[in-house]
Design a protein around this ligand. Structure first.
Ligand SMILES: *Cc1c(COP(=O)(O)O)cnc(C)c1O
Length: 374
C-alpha cells in the first residue's frame, strides 16, 4: 500500500491484485473539474475588461463530454476548425452556437450554412458560395472577416478590407458580424499593442464608413494573454477564441503557466511491456532506423530500459513529459523506449505523462488512445 502510494506520487502506478480490472492503455485521463475551473477563471479574467471568450474545441476533437462542461461553465459559443467536430457536438445535443474557425471549403459551403451559426472567412469566392446556400435555405449566415496582421496564415490584407466589406454587405443571406485576426500561429508574430490597435482602428473605419456596428472584434487566441495583462486599453477588442489556455492553462508566446489555472487537466497513461537492464549503445552494423535516420548514441554503460506500449502512431512523442524523473530515449511507431535511471519497473506498471498542445491533439485524435473522463 505504502509502496503503491509512493510510486503513484511520482507518476508511476502499479495496478495491484490478481484479477483486478485494469483500465485500458494507452489512455488520456481528462479532469473535467480542472477544465471547468480554467474556463471559468479565464471568462472572469477577460470579462473583467469587456472581452467575451469563445471556447475552441479542436484540440479535443469536439468531445461532447468536454463541450458540455464548457457550456455549463458559461460559454455560449463553441469554435472548431473542423466540420466533423461541430457535427459531433451538435449530434450529441450540445446547446451552444457554433463557430467554424477554418475558412470554409467551397465543397462544404452548404453544410457550413446548415450546421454552423457563424464562420471565420477570408476569401470572397467562398463567402459568395455561402450566400448562395444561405439564400436557398432561407437562412442568414454570420461571418467574421479575418484580417492579415503579419502572421501570414489567413486573412485579407488590411488594404483590401474595406473593399471586401463593401462586397460582403451586398450579399444576401450573409451578415457581417465582425472582424478578427489570428497571430502567433504560423509566423510566430506576437499579438502586441500595435497589432491590437491596428485591428481596433480597422473596426472603427468599417463602422464609420458603412454606418454599421460590428458585434465581434476578435483579437486572437491564447497568445493574447500577455497583451491583455499589460495593455492600458483593450480598445475595440471584445472577443478572443481560446483553446490551449483553457485546456493546458498556459499562454502561448512563452508557454508560461497562467497563474491560478491548472496545467495538468490531461494526463496520458501508458503501460510497461518490457523492463530490462541493457546496454545504452546499440550493437551491430549501423544503418537507418524506422524513421529513416541513422541514429547516433552515447555509451552510458548499462541502464534500465523500459518499453511502453505506445508510439508515434498514437501520439506526438516529442510533446510528452514524463511525470516521474525518467527520460524518453526515443520511439518507433508502436513503442516508446525509456531510461528509468535504475528505477525498477515491471510489465503492467503504468507511466504518466503531461502533454503539450501537439501531443494533446494527436492523442485525442488517435483511435488507439482511450479517452477517460474523471
Ligand atoms: C486554433 C485556433 C484558435 C485557438 O488557439 P489557441 O492557441 O488554442 O487558443 C483561435 N483561432 C483560430 C482561427 C484557430 O485556428
Amino acid at each position: 500500500m505504502r509502496q503503491a502510494h509512493h510510486q503513484a506520487a511520482r507518476g508511476i502506478s502499479r495496478p495491484r491484485g490478481e484479477g483486478t480490472t485494469r483500465m485500458a492503455t494507452p489512455r488520456v485521463e481528462i479532469d473535467l473539474g480542472k477544465i471547468a475551473h480554467n474556463v471559468t477563471a479565464l471568462k472572469e479574467l477577460y470579462g473583467s475588461r469587456g472581452i467575451r471568450i469563445c471556447a475552441v474545441t479542436k484540440a479535443v476533437c469536439g468531445d461532447p463530454r468536454i463541450a458540455e462542461v464548457l457550456v455549463n461553465s458559461g460559454i455560449g459559443i463553441l469554435a472548431d476548425s473542423r466540420m466533423a467536430n461541430i457535427r459531433r457536438m451538435r449530434d450529441a445535443g450540445i446547446r451552444a452556437r457554433f463557430l467554424l474557425l477554418r475558412t470554409p471549403f467551397i465543397s462544404q459551403a452548404e453544410a457550413v450554412v446548415t450546421f454552423t451559426d457563424m464562420s471565420l472567412n477570408s476569401d470572397l469566392s467562398v463567402i459568395e458560395r455561402l450566400s448562395e446556400f444561405a439564400l436557398k435555405q432561407h437562412a442568414r449566415h454570420k461571418i467574421i472577416l479575418m484580417v492579415e496582421l503579419g502572421d501570414l496564415r489567413e486573412g485579407l490584407m488590411p488594404s483590401d478590407l474595406l473593399g471586401a466589406v463593401k462586397r460582403v454587405i451586398e450579399l444576401e443571406g450573409i451578415q457581417l458580424a465582425g472582424i478578427g485576426a489570428n497571430l502567433a500561429c504560423f509566423g510566430g508574430i506576437e499579438p502586441d499593442q500595435g497589432k491590437m490597435e491596428e485591428l481596433s482602428l480597422l473596426a472603427k473605419d468599417i463602422e464609420e464608413e458603412f454606418g454599421l456596428a460590428l458585434t465581434y472584434v476578435s483579437g486572437g487566441n491564447s497568445a493574447n494573454y500577455s497583451w491583455f495583462m499589460s495593455t492600458p486599453d483593450v480598445g475595440k477588442i471584445n472577443n478572443l477564441r481560446l483553446g490551449e489556455s483553457i485546456f493546458l492553462g498556459r499562454e502561448t508566446l512563452q508557454r508560461k503557466p497562467i497563474p491560478g489555472l491548472f496545467t495538468d487537466a490531461f494526463k496520458l497513461v501508458a503501460e510497461v511491456i518490457e523492463s530490462k537492464i541493457k546496454p545504452s549503445l546499440p550493437f551491430g552494423q549501423v544503418a537507418q532506423n524506422s524513421s529513416g535516420q541513422v541514429p547516433g548514441f552515447r555509451d552510458l554503460g548499462e541502464m534500465r530500459r523500459v518499453i511502453l506500449g505506445i508510439g508515434l502512431q498514437d501520439v506526438l512523442v516529442s510533446g510528452l513529459t514524463p511525470r516521474a524523473e525518467i527520460d524518453i530515449l526515443g520511439a518507433s511507431s508502436d513503442h516508446i523506449i525509456m531510461n528509468t535511471h535504475q528505477r525498477e519497473y515491471v510489465a503492467g506498471d503504468e507511466v504518466d505523462f503531461d502533454l503539450n498542445y501537439g501531443a494533446l491533439i494527436s492523442a485525442m485524435a488517435s483511435p488507439y488512445v482511450e479517452k477517460l473522463v474523471m
